[in-house]
Design a protein around this ligand. Sequence first.
Ligand code: PMV
Length: 308
Amino acid sequence: MTTSSAPGKIILFGEHAVVYGRPALAVPVTQVQATATVSENSRGGIMIEAPNINLSAELSRLAPDHPLAAVIHSVFSTLSISNPPACTVYLQSTIPVASGLGSGAAVSVAIIRALSAFLGQPLPDEQVNALAFEAEKLYHDTPSGIDNTVVTYSKPVYFIKRKPIKTFHVGAPFTIMIGGTGISAPTKESVGAVRKLWEADKPRWEKVFTRVGEIVWNARQAIERGDIAELGRLMDANHALLQAMTVSSVELDQLVEAARNSGALGAKLSGGGRGGNMIALVEKENAPEVARALSSAGAKRTIVTQVA
Ligand code: PMV
């Protein structure tokens, strides 16, 4: 039997613009995890058990482009295994789905690692990342690759599409409060909506994406210097540009406002938007107050994570 776990992630800065080649900053969230366990079974065939999503099926019964089936097939084909042994792939996850916490990427990474280890040929990180990226394309058509990268390496990353991975130095640890709207919002839809805007007026949106890229660069420097106040201002500025891209929502804006009004140093939506999560930069001692304010403003869940 083999087991592997992968963390969730949040995008600190730069979502959406990252799809158009600008940088983004993301960090792992180890408080939530996806775990895959692969074990021999005596009934034959390859079984997938994922109670979180009410799935219990034989691999051969799932469409080949089902994200879980596709990940499993990709491991077999990478390892040139044409007659895989009978086994059960059991999945458990505490990462909320379709909410910007990288659940799809974490599940893929956990399966790839557990299954390749079960088959006696554990794959190196670079290949795990590449296969998880292929699976991300099934969740939404044009992923930047940021989710699979942060989740595979489980480190803070400064990410630019198709460029080598760069991690960054954190000058002083800081605390992020994640507030969930409870609204599940497929990334595919918000990415598609931004693409429509861009197609209708490329010069205008390229300028907006460039401005986001500058914010990301300044945020990276603020993190390296440990300049938390500046980091908060940059979050607010990034949120305003995401609102312009139409990927915020009434619920997200309410949570962002509530966080700012209860003493957060800055706040923004995180991930695809239109639901899912927002994040707020908080002082540790102020975290309980911000969490209370978020709950009264409608947050269905709050998670505190330390970036160090
Ligand atoms: O919704 P999430 O956290 O999976 O993030 C999507 C991030 C986008 O920039 C909107 C899309 C992408 O592929 O980078």
